[in-house]
Write a protein that binds this ligand. Sequence first.
Ligand SMILES: Cc1cc2nc3c(=O)[nH]c(=O)nc-3n(C[C@H](O)[C@H](O)[C@H](O)COP(=O)(O)OP(=O)(O)OC[C@H]3O[C@@H](n4cnc5c(N)ncnc54)[C@H](O)[C@@H]3O)c2cc1C
Length: 428
Amino acid sequence: MTEKIKNISANEFEEEVLKSGSVVVDFYSTECPPCEALASKYDALSEVYGNDIKFIKIFRQENKELALSLGVTSSPTLLFYKDGKLVGNRLTGGIKRSEIMKNLDLLIPEEKVVSLKKSFKKSETNCDVLILGGGPAGLTSGIYSAQAKLNTIIVDKDLPGGQVKVTHMVWNYPGYSEPISGYMLMHHMAEQAKGAGVNFRSAVDVTGIDLVNKTIEIDSVETIHAKKIILATGSSPKQIGVKGEVEYKGQGISYCATCDAKFYEGKHVVVIGGGNSAIEETLFITKFASKVTIVHQFDKLQANKVAQEKAFANSKIKFMFEHEPREFVKNGSTVNQVIVEDLKTHEYKTIECDGVFIFAGMKPNLDDIDNRLTLDNWGYVNVDANMKTNIDDVFAVGDLARKQYRQITTAVSDGTIAAITISKELEA
Ligand SMILES: Cc1cc2nc3c(=O)[nH]c(=O)nc-3n(C[C@H](O)[C@H](O)[C@H](O)COP(=O)(O)OP(=O)(O)OC[C@H]3O[C@@H](n4cnc5c(N)ncnc54)[C@H](O)[C@@H]3O)c2cc1C
C-alpha cells in the first residue's frame, strides 16, 4: 500500500470522508480475490491522483455496521465522495482501472484531469508465457507453465474463472464424487495457479494486441512482451437476431441462468434452445420458476440422454417443438410476451411470460484479437496437435480452438498440451 492511501476505521469516517472534499473509499476484505485484483490498481492510481483526492481504505469485516449503513454488502466496494456527498457510480466485483478513473475524474476540475493524464507513466514487462484468458484452459496452462519455472502472466478482462465461475453446479469434472459449484471449482483452480507462481492482471482493458511481435498492452499503461502467447479467451453466448433481443437484454432477456434465475421465483419463463446448456440451465431455472416453456426449432431435444430424461420428468417444464421465436415484446418494465411461429403451420402464437432465457450456442471470443489467425468454417481458431496456431509462438486452447467437444475437461487438456509444448521448446 502506498503512503498516499490511509486505512481508517468507522469512527474516523465522518472526519476523514464526509468532511474532506474529494475522497474515494475502498471497503475491502481479506481472502477476497477481487480485492487483491483491485489493490495494485488502487495503489497505482493513488500515486497519480493522491495529491488531489484522498484515498481511503476501510476493512469491511471490522467495520460491518458502517458498511451496512452505507449499503455496502460485498467486497471490494468503491464509493466516491465530493464534499460529503456520494457522486458517480458505486463499483463492486471485478473493478477495472478505466471505471475507477471515470469516477475519480468527477472529483477534480477538468483542467486537472487533463494534466494528470499527461503524467501517466507507461511500463514495460517481460515474461516467458503470456496467457490471454483465465478460464479453465488458461489457468491450466498457467499451472503447468509456472510449475515448469517459466515466468507466466495471465491477463483477463474479467476476474479469473471463465464461464464456469457462473455455472451453477458441475457434475462431470473428474475428482469430485459430489457435484461442485462452478464458482468453487474455479476458485480452487485460480488459487492453484497463484500458488504455482502465476502473475495475474485481472479485470483489465486489453488495449493492444500484436501477436506477431508477442506484445499485449493493458489499460493503456503496461506493455507486456512475451516469448510465447497462449490464447484462451473462450466463447460467448450467441445472439439469435430476433426483434427485441438486443433492446431488452437485461430487461427480461437473459443468457445466464446462474446469474438471473433467482429473479423468477414463482414466475413463468420461456427458454429458447434445446441443447445441453439449454436443458441443464432449464433444470436449474425450475428451482425458482413455477413454469418453464422450452421453445425449440427441432422436433426433439439435442441435449444428452440423462439431461433429457430429467427434463421430461419435470412437471414444471412444457415443450413447444418445431417453433421459433419471432419477437420479444415488452409492455412495462420487462419482456412479457414471446411471439413464436409454428414451423409446420406458419401460424403465429403469443406466449405470455415473465422473462426469457436464450441458450442458442456459443461464438468464439476473437474480437480485436488478430485477423491473421486462420479460422475454421465456424470461426474457431485452427490449431495443430500441440495447440499451435498459424502464427509462430502463438497457441490457442479451450473453447476458442477448433474441436468437436467443448467442456472443462477438454479445455484443461488443451491448456496442458500447450504449456508442456512451450516448456520443452523454451528449454531446448
Ligand atoms: C451455461 C453453461 C454451462 C456449462 N456447464 C458445463 C459443465 O457442467 N461441465 C463442463 O465440462 N462444461 C460446461 N460448460 C462448458 C465450459 O464452461 C467450457 O467448455 C469452458 O469454460 C471453456 O473454458 P475456456 O477456458 O476455454 O473458456 P472460458 O471459460 O470461456 O474462459 C475464457 C476467459 O477469457 C476471458 N476473455 C475473453 N475475452 C478476452 C479478451 N479479449 N481479453 C482477455 N480475456 C478475455 C474471459 O473473461 C474468461 O475468463 C458449460 C458452458 C455453459 C455456457
